[in-house]
Design a protein around this ligand. Structure first.
Ligand code: SF4
Length: 343
């Protein structure tokens, strides 16, 4: 049985004062829910910090609950069309475990429930009538909290209306509830695997999350020919260490999961204690870049507040220009010049 209260949690692990005070310190914006799979890993500090709530969440008065201003870009209920060529459909608000760093706190765990038939059909029609949309994120919440029948309906409806659109299957469930990925579920995905490809988008934040079961769940998608990409959130006292992230990237690559993004924590109210200073993030990125191949290197990226969009964070190597010559610093700190062609 999943854990849903501080009382149940305190029977499993010894809680700190601040963790015990979470419920009394305010209503918070995200419920407590921890799957059996994650509960069995709470002895790992990096796992505990991501899932055990803390009173610090309720003392944070920075940011807001919708830093990406998704509500201002809702084309229909649950359908966010913020970027010209892609959209996100919030299939449900439910997850198998709630991550304390969740950037969609305005919606996640809000008891909105799964999308109705009508909402799915309306979203599919909107996507069909906006040919500029090339990719759609099926997200939430976690789409795999839906029953097999609902997933079948979702994929069938979306695919029939939009055979040329790439759908990203966004899920943290492979990490937090890998037993969800049954043969029957993969059979449903295979049945609706027509037209443009699916991409699996995972969220692994620490090497300890890549358990055998989690890797097995991802393998089910890979075996269907669905590429897997990972998004990691940079989190204080979880993975704010180049060595940990290098190990994570290598382990992901070895298991055929491409490290895609390393996200700076969004400016979400309730998460300040989990955010990492950008200067530290840039230093981590620099060390990762020196030790990882291009294949293993995720893009360190910030989603700017007030819906400013994604910007890549990296050390600037282009430091000036002299006539035709562009002046660069090498990773080792030397200088090189590169001339423009003579026109
Ligand atoms: S699984 Fe995703 S949507 Fe759910 S709580 Fe974690 S980060 Fe938020």
């Amino acid at each position: 049985m999943p854990i849903t209260s501080i009382e149940e949690l305190s029977k499993l692990i010894e809680l700190s004062g601040s963790e015990k005070e979470w419920r009394e310190s305010g209503s918070g914006s995200l419920p407590l829910l921890i799957s059996d799979h994650i509960a069995s890993m709470l002895h790992e500090p990096a796992i505990r910090r991501q899932f055990v709530p803390d009173a610090l969440e309720n003392m944070d008065d920075t940011g807001n609950l919708d830093p990406q201003e998704e509500t201002g870009h809702e084309a229909a209920f649950r359908l966010v069309h913020r970027y010209h060529n892609r959209a996100a459909f919030l299939v449900t608000d439910r997850c198998f475990s709630y991550c304390r760093h969740c950037f969609r706190r305005r919606f996640t765990g809000s008891m909105t429930g799964p999308a109705t038939d009508e909402e799915i059909q309306k979203a599919a029609e909107y996507i069909n009538s906006h040919k500029e949309i090339k990719e759609v994120l099926l997200t939430g919440g976690d789409m795999f909290t839906l029953s097999d029948d609902r997933i079948a309906f979702l994929l069938k409806t979306m695919k029939e209306s939009n055979p040329d659109v790439i759908f990203r299957l966004c899920t943290r469930a492979v990490a937090v509830y890998p037993e969800r990925f049954t043969k029957k579920l993969f059979g449903i995905i295979r049945e609706h695997q027509t037209g443009a490809p699916y991409y699996l988008m995972t969220q692994f934040n620490h090497p300890a999350e890549l358990t055998e079961d989690a890797i097995g769940a991802v393998r089910g998608f890979l075996d269907l020919g669905i590429p897997a990409m990972n998004q990691t959130v940079l989190l204080k006292d979880v993975n704010d260490d180049a060595g940990i992230l290098i190990e994570l990237s290598n382990k992901l690559l070895y298991n055929r999961i491409k490290p895609y993004y390393l996200f700076q924590g969004d400016l979400v109210k309730g998460t300040q204690h989990l955010r990492v200073p950008i200067r530290k993030g840039l230093e981590i990125e620099r060390r990762m870049r020196m030790e990882l191949s291009g294949l293993g290197m995720p893009q360190y990226t910030i989603d700017l507040p007030q819906g400013g969009g994604k910007v890549i964070l990296t050390e600037n190597h282009l430091i000036g220009k002299k006539g035709r010559e562009y002046i660069f610093t090498t990773p080792e700190g030397d200088t090189r010049e590169y001339p423009d062609p003579i026109s």
